[in-house]
Ligand binder design. Sequence first.
Ligand code: AMP
Ligand code: MG
Length: 479
Amino acid sequence: MSLDLPFDNSYARLPERFYTKMAPAPVAAPALVALNRELAERLGLDADALTSEEGVAALAGNAVPGGADPLAQVYAGHQFGGWSPQLGDGRAILLGEVVAPDGARFDVQLKGSGRTPYSRMGDGRAWLGPVMREYIVSEAMHALGVPTTRALAAVTTGEVVVREMPLPGAVLTRVAASHIRVGTFQYFASKDDKEALEALVAHAIARHAPGAKGALGLLQAVIARQASLVARWMGLGFIHGVMNTDNMTISGETIDYGPCAFMDAYHPLRVFSSIDQHGRYAFARQPNIAMWNLAQLATALMPVMGDDMDASRETAQEAIDRFPEQFQAAWLSVFRAKIGLESEEDGDAALIQALLERMSEGGSDFTNTFRALGSDAARDEFANRDAFEAWEAEWRERMAREGATPEDRVAAMRTVNPSLIPRTHRIEAAIEAGVDGDYAPFERLSEALATPFAEPGDFADLTRPPTEDEIVPQTFCGT
Ligand code: AMP
Ligand code: MG
């Protein structure tokens, strides 16, 4: 008996040059690490069937479920600013698109599923660490209310993957509104393939921007979504780490949790990724990089915006030029809520900046500082308490001009300032235990992060920043 899933594969119906149709490569001994029952239900899938032997075989790539039309997608991209004319799913296979009971369409992709024509020098595989990290962080992002790809399942393969040392192999089942990237458009633009660009625009509009008018309408929709997305990252102290154009979605979902991290001690120029030597993707540079990536999307779309190239260039430029104000508006709305403001005053941005400056001076914990605002505990987050108290007095004056009571304001702040984020040292500890076959820390962390705005209760230890010995100074690309 094989597993059937409710697939309807619209990407597989695009022209053949969009992908290579191929099945995932089987693995030696699939074993389930985690199945996301809540997400399975959201998709209308039978969680028990997925945990059965047939289900686990499908999640490992050993059996192709009925209705799937597996393929590896081709794309290109700018990586750290340098052009790569051909990338693509080098270690992933799109099984197909599941249409959920409410009509929403989701890509179901296996990541770590073996070599494809786009693997270049890679082995097409993933090891357990990055699979666990992506599972934890993408699900935490979802619980934090940020658009993101999600994790349906993680399995180990019973095979060894060689990185700096031999490590247990694993496969993640990733679920996304789609896997169409800025780099997907760049690939066809670089080949002067207008017909493919037009087909991709129509496909992307149908999936992500119904009602958008043509390539310009699509571009404007993506710009608006990315402005909002990056503002939300900034509001959580999240550093993506590899904002290459192949890692920026058209759907506006966060994708590719490689060397990402949530900051503990706040500094605007914080970088984690070991390969980001010049800090291109530092925390505070993320809005500028998003705009740079969107300009690449605009350039790719220009040939299909109309017959007059000069006019297209001008409209595309106008759309890009609006990004800073769109980002600023989104950023202000995120941070106003974080400090409890509902009304808008001209001085708000300066007030927020003044707090962030004080936080950066002594390396205040980003998450715990915002969570503590309004209580006596807040000043303990600052090396220079006097500087904070001066700010706090100003803030209380500003708060007094809000309609609601201070208690109501603080309660509202706690719905946007989480108590729990996936701290890097906790993720690393969960991975270390997982490699030894102990998934208890992974499961506990996942459970805690499912309700990040609740009072932490039994999970209070997970709100603690790393001690000197626990600090993870760098993160590595998850391959
Ligand atoms: P990423 O850094 O995850 O965005 O990946 C960049 C490119 O490298 C993509 O085309 C990936 O498919 C490819 N890639 C990353 N890791 C591997 C691997 N282990 N085997 C094959 N291709 C890979
Ligand atoms: Mg990628």
